[in-house]
Design a protein around this ligand. Structure first.
Ligand SMILES: Cc1ncc(COP(=O)(O)O)c(C=O)c1O
Length: 420
């Protein structure tokens, strides 16, 4: 019972009306995300639990976290910069880490980046949130690929964006469809989107990569119709073959905000991401990052850790490591899945996008998954509306190849059990 409760001499209903309810104080215009939370469909594993093989979340394999090197980096950070790093304002790492990011982005991804173009963020998720704050009035439009990353739907939705999505094919976002909608709007003097959010490399959830010609068409549309592009490259370094394609940011720095992160390559627990964009906007975004810079101590540890390692060799190791896991999943699909099942073969990243046969409807597959000892995310979590009912997203990042194969065997048997 709370202390605001009225004496019982007042009728019960009156007492209830006067009861203090914290939600009565909430602001009226807070938009809580609607739709399915992906977390409902997966059992976030902390350790390997072979009773349910969870191919749901895109978690990096914790075996790749460099615990010993991080312990040494942490010791050194305390020894050399401890009191400063733990104080407001931070120590030398506050300068060294942004410098490292700038150099690595230029060297590895060919992204020119002046100090004023870069803002470190709490994960790339905070980059999206800050962009929402800077650009969106309620009702402003944000456009997406269909399907798209549910985290982005949630974040831009929280800013009251009107959201709309456009089809993809094997070459990525179908820019012709986007172009004809933009043309139509211009003719009718209707509002243009403010932002268009894309993942050109190893898209989440489809694993697809946008071709160079589509990339060029997209940035040309942004220039012609004056909107900004949010390029989310969370998986960009995790490429399994070939050379990287130019980033949108490289093709058109005036219109593109590039987001990246250490979440998939070092560890998500650091919450260390960054945004690279036009300096006049980044200056404003820095002011909107109301809590101030990312933690000085975290920056200190990371800057020592990253300076102590051969980052390029580390990334090559991750590429080979996840490549083997993708091969384990895709070879099983090729060899042992019913021919009516479709899938994508990503050139990088963590995800395979599965198309179920018509006789294995998604709701049945979801209902049976736990008893089958396997889990995954239903495709419907990646759509703005109801979305297509015949996809699931599989992640190959977390488990060693033999457990991926076991998970796929269970999924195959589940699907086969529904065959008429
Ligand atoms: C496409 C995409 N963007 C962003 C994120 C979130 O990254 P961060 O941990 O840097 O916020 C994820 C995480 O799964 C992702 O898949």
């Amino acid at each position: 019972m709370n202390s605001f409760r009225q004496p019982s001499s007042i009728g019960d209903s009156v007492a209830r009306d006067l009861e203090f309810r914290i939600q009565n104080l909430f602001a009226e215009d807070v938009d809580f995300p609607s739709g399915i939370a992906a977390s409902e469909f997966t059992s976030r594993p902390v350790t390997y639990d072979e009773s349910i093989i969870d191919l749901g979340f895109g978690l990096p394999d914790p075996k790749l976290f460099h615990l010993d090197a991080l312990r040494r980096a942490s010791d050194e950070a305390i020894r050399t910069e401890g009191p400063r790093a733990l104080q407001y304002g931070g120590g030398a790492g506050m300068m060294r880490l942004p410098e490292w990011v700038r150099l690595v982005q230029t060297r590895r991804r060919n992204i020119p980046c002046n100090p004023g173009d870069l803002l470190l963020t709490h994960g790339s998720s905070q980059g999206m949130d800050l962009l929402g704050r800077l650009f969106l009035n309620p009702g402003d439009e944000v456009w997406f690929e269909r399907p798209t990353y549910f985290g982005a739907i949630k974040i831009f939705g929280l800013h009251g964006a009107k959201m709309r999505d456009f089809p993809m094919d094997e070459s990525g976002l179908v820019t012709d469809v986007v172009a004809s909608e933009l043309k139509k709007r211009q003719k009718a003097a209707l509002p243009m989107p403010k932002l268009l959010y894309v993942m050109p490399n190893y898209q989440n959830p489809t694993g697809r990569t946008m071709t160079l010609s589509r990339r060029t068409e997209l940035v040309n549309l942004a220039k012609t119709y004056r909107f900004a592009i949010v390029e989310d490259d969370a998986y960009g370094d995790l490429r399994f073959s070939g050379n990287p394609l130019p980033t949108l940011r490289q093709l058109c720095p005036s219109h593109v905000f590039y987001l990246s992160t250490l979440s998939k390559t070092v560890a998500p627990g650091f919450r260390m991401g960054w945004l690279i964009g036009p300096e006049e906007a980044v200056t404003k975004l820095r002011e909107l990052k109301a809590e101030g810079a990312n933690g000085g101590f975290v920056q200190e540890i990371l800057s020592v850790f990253l300076a102590s390692m051969d980052y390029d060799a580390h990334i090559s190791h991750l590429q080979n490591y996840y490549h083997r896991r993708r091969d384990a999943m895709v070879s099983f699909l090729e060899r042992d899945f019913p021919p009516e099942v479709g899938w994508t073969t990503p050139d990088g990243g963590f995800f395979v996008w599965l198309t179920l046969p018509s006789w294995a409807p998604l709701n049945k597959v979801m209902d049976l998954r736990r008893s089958a000892g396997v889990s995954f995310i239903p495709g419907t979590a990646f759509y703005l509306g109801e979305g297509s009912q015949n996809h699931v997203r599989l992640s190959f990042s977390l488990y060693p190849p033999e457990l991926i194969v076991e998970g796929m065997r269970r999924l195959r048997d589940l699907i086969e059990s529904l065959r008429p």
